[in-house]
Design a protein around this ligand. Structure first.
Ligand SMILES: Nc1ncnc2c1ncn2[C@@H]1O[C@H](COP(=O)(O)OP(=O)(O)OP(=O)(O)O)[C@@H](O)[C@H]1O
Length: 690
């Protein structure tokens, strides 16, 4: 998209926290609620169930807004998301993403539930707001499209066109930023079309049952709505883009009990979420390098975090004792995300939009239809005027044919025109009184949301100021009073210092833990790499290695090495000058029968073995033993043992035996005897030997 105007001011990512109720399972396991929320101040307090000292007991976090288990879907939407969607309808990019441990209510928040009334989540409510706006906006033409994708096991899949099931690729260009190639874009004419797209996508999304959640999302899902708006005949187009993201939840193998596929998925999920954490951390720290390229998720969120979008992060947490560690980790990430600054840009006067293309094509078709209609009229008139008896019958027929052809062409063009016009929506199709009422309600809702936001901000400011001003306001009647006050203050400051120290300690522990995890995964990766090198070094010849290296190019977009496939094209083998392999039999016997000429038979000759077991030559036996054995009397006992009777009179044998005895090889001699015995009996038998 070519942008000609850009208005940008810094705007922080808005971070809100939502805590779900205790689940039945948690209640049965006698888990306690460790969360207390203070919605008016945007504060959340977490009790540490393992606290040993006073300092470790509670942790306080402050956010733009907090919602507890009693908060309704409607309140959350009206207070936080409605203003953002309103900005999108003015031409901004917007993003809402839900982040948190598995089973804490991300899907519940984004999609909602049908289990109870008003259970719809953010996505369906956004549809409602968008279409209500379109229906009451007169004089504007809209083109609304949606896309739905998931990142499953680090592969991008189109949820609206699952037939292809091919992993899609990410690309980046200066105009569009990061985008997904060949992603299906569904045009929507009304709210129902959007719901249909959402349902299809949700149906295709990868979910599975785990210990922590019966319907756990195993992928990160992004629902994108693009609204192109053209006001009147000015041809100036605004574009608003809204990304609604339901991330997969972070999970610990020990808690989910994941094995096999679930474990593989969890590893990929955690890896992508940890890269998201790193991006948030780097942005919060104002680092020179932001590791967006570490995962597909962070690349797709590039605009939303530190980019040109207005963004809301919803941190979902669980209230149970058992969730403590994950809750703290989520809240820490969310707290960091608060300091990320974006530069939202209003996408106005965009040049190469689909809507403009459509409008131009519609204009062209209209002109063409007009011209054709004029042509038809003219031909009709001439025919009427010139039509005389002396006109040739053939010429008349020719003219009628031309007229008919013209009419068919016009009807074809009109069909095309209608289908193009059908893709666009003309805003403002409501009755004026309804329009006005709705507009009023919408303004009121936005006003209430803005007020609530301001209230929380003011409350947070007052608290900070109170801390500073309290001392100034104090007038001390006596020295003792001043001492007492200062002691109190010292106590408070000491407690604050301790809590900061504790926070540093916790953060350090968290850092050590995550470093250990990274080291472990690094070790596993280098082990794998060394194994591959070992295989390459031993099985791939040096020349082939150099050849392959020359054929491989690093693709920045895919962040991977790609082999030039042109060099690996399989060449069809040619046999007997035929393109298909042909057997000798076919050549000799079916020369005149084309049916068999190209039959797919390979002429394979048998590789005969060089020798058979019949030709086996037994190892030579020492001549003394041979002589000894020939004098040995052997016979088989009933239980298949061979009884060996040594002839004591044979001098040669005596010396042989004594020699063997001397060398301690008596056992070997016996084995040889048995072998010769077997040899004899085998020769006697007529059975083939193998
Ligand atoms: N605010 C809430 N009020 C009532 N029930 C809730 C709330 N939040 C979540 N739940 C319930 O908790 C369960 C888990 O929620 P959900 O599936 O949305 O979690 P999730 O974070 O998306 O999990 P995963 O990451 O595994 O996909 C569901 O049964 C849902 O109905």
């Amino acid at each position: 998209m070519d942008k000609t105007i850009s208005v940008s001011t810094n705007e922080a990512v808005q971070v809100i926290v939502r805590c779900r109720p205790l689940s039945q399972k948690e209640v049965l396991a006698e888990n306690k609620n460790i969360i207390t929320t203070f919605p008016n101040r945007g504060v959340i307090e977490v009790q540490n169930p393992r606290a040993r000292t006073e300092n470790e007991k509670t942790k306080l976090f402050t956010f733009d807004a907090v919602y507890d288990w009693n908060s309704s879907q409607q309140t959350l939407y009206d207070e936080t998301v409605r203003p953002l969607v309103s900005s999108v309808l003015e031409g901004y990019n917007g993003c809402v993403f839900a982040y948190g441990q598995t089973g804490t209510g991300k899907t519940f928040t984004m999609e909602g539930t049908k289990e109870f009334k008003d259970g719809e989540g953010i996505i369906p409510r956004a549809f409602e707001q968008i279409w209500a706006h379109i229906n009451r906006t007169t004089g504007v033409e809209f083109l609304v499209t949606v896309r739905y994708l998931e990142i499953y096991m680090e592969e991008i899949r189109d949820l609206l066109k699952m037939k292809h099931m091919k992993a899609l690729e990410l690309r980046e260009d200066n105009g569009q930023g990061v985008y997904v190639t060949h992603l299906h874009s569904q045009t929507c004419k009304n709210e129902a079309d959007m719901f249909k797209a959402m349902r299809i996508g949700n149906h295709n999304r990868t979910t599975a049952s785990t210990n922590m959640n019966e319907h756990s999302s195993r992928s990160h899902a992004i629902f994108q709505i693009v609204i192109e708006m053209a006001e009147g005949k000015s041809k100036s187009v605004k574009v608003g883009k809204l990304n609604l993201i339901d991330l997969a939840g972070s999970e610990r193998q020990s808690k989910t009990g994941a094995t096999g596929d679930r474990l593989k998925e969890a590893t990929k999920i955690n890896k992508a979420l940890s890269s998201l954490g790193n991006v948030i951390y780097a942005l919060a720290e104002n680092s020179a390098h932001i590791p967006y390229r570490d995962s597909k998720l962070t690349r797709l969120l590039q605009d939303s975090l530190g980019g040109n979008s207005k963004t809301i992060m919803i941190a979902n947490i669980g209230p149970a004792t058992v969730n403590y560690d994950e809750t703290i980790v989520t809240l820490r990430y969310a707290y960091r995300a608060k300091s990320i600054k974006n530069q939202p840009i209003k996408n106005e006067d965009i040049k190469n939009t689909k809507l403009l293309e459509l409008q131009q094509e519609i204009e062209r078709l209209k002109k063409l239809i007009d011209e054709k209609n004029k042509g038809i009229e003219l031909t009709g008139q001439i025919e009427y005027e010139v039509s005389s008896e002396d006109e040739d019958e053939c010429e008349k027929e020719e003219k009628v044919k031309k007229l008919e052809l013209g009419k068919v062409e016009v009807s074809e063009l009109s069909k095309q025109l209608k289908s193009l016009e059908n893709q666009m929506v003309h805003g403002g199709n409501l009755v004026d009184s309804v329009k006005e009422n709705e507009l009023k309600i919408e303004h009121q809702k936005l006003e209430i949301a803005a007020r609530k936001k301001r209230e929380i901000e003011i409350q947070q400011k007052i608290e900070a100021e109170e801390e500073n001003c309290f001392e100034l306001k104090q007038v001390f009647a006596s020295l003792q009073q001043e001492v007492d006050f200062k002691r109190d203050k010292l106590k408070r400051l000491h407690a604050k210092l301790q809590s900061v120290k504790q926070e540093i300690k916790d953060s350090h522990e968290e850092y050590v833990k995550s470093r250990k995890e990274i080291e472990e995964s690094n070790d596993a990766a280098s082990l794998q790499l060394r194994k591959r090198f070992l295989i390459i070094d031993n099985f791939v010849p040096t020349e082939e290695r150099t050849r392959l290296l020359n054929l491989a190019n690093f693709d920045d977009n895919q962040d991977n090495w790609i082999l030039n496939k042109e060099h690996f094209k399989l060449v069809r083998p040619i046999a007997h000058n035929y393109r298909r392999p042909i057997s000798d039999f076919a050549i000799q016997h079916c020369q005149n029968n084309s049916k068999y000429r190209v039959e797919n038979v390979l002429d394979l000759k048998l590789d005969m073995p060089l020798r058979t077991t019949q030709e086996y030559v037994y190892p030579a036996i020492c001549p003394q033993i041979k002589a000894f054995v020939s004098n040995v009397i052997t016979q088989e006992s009933q239980n298949n043992h061979i009884v060996v009777k040594l002839p004591s009179h044979s001098i040669g044998m005596k010396s042989a035996t004594s020699k063997l005895e001397k060398e301690g090889k008596y056992k070997q001699a016996i084995r040889n005897i048995v072998e010769v015995h077997n040899q004899k009996s085998r020769q006697k038998s007529s059975r083939p030997v193998f």
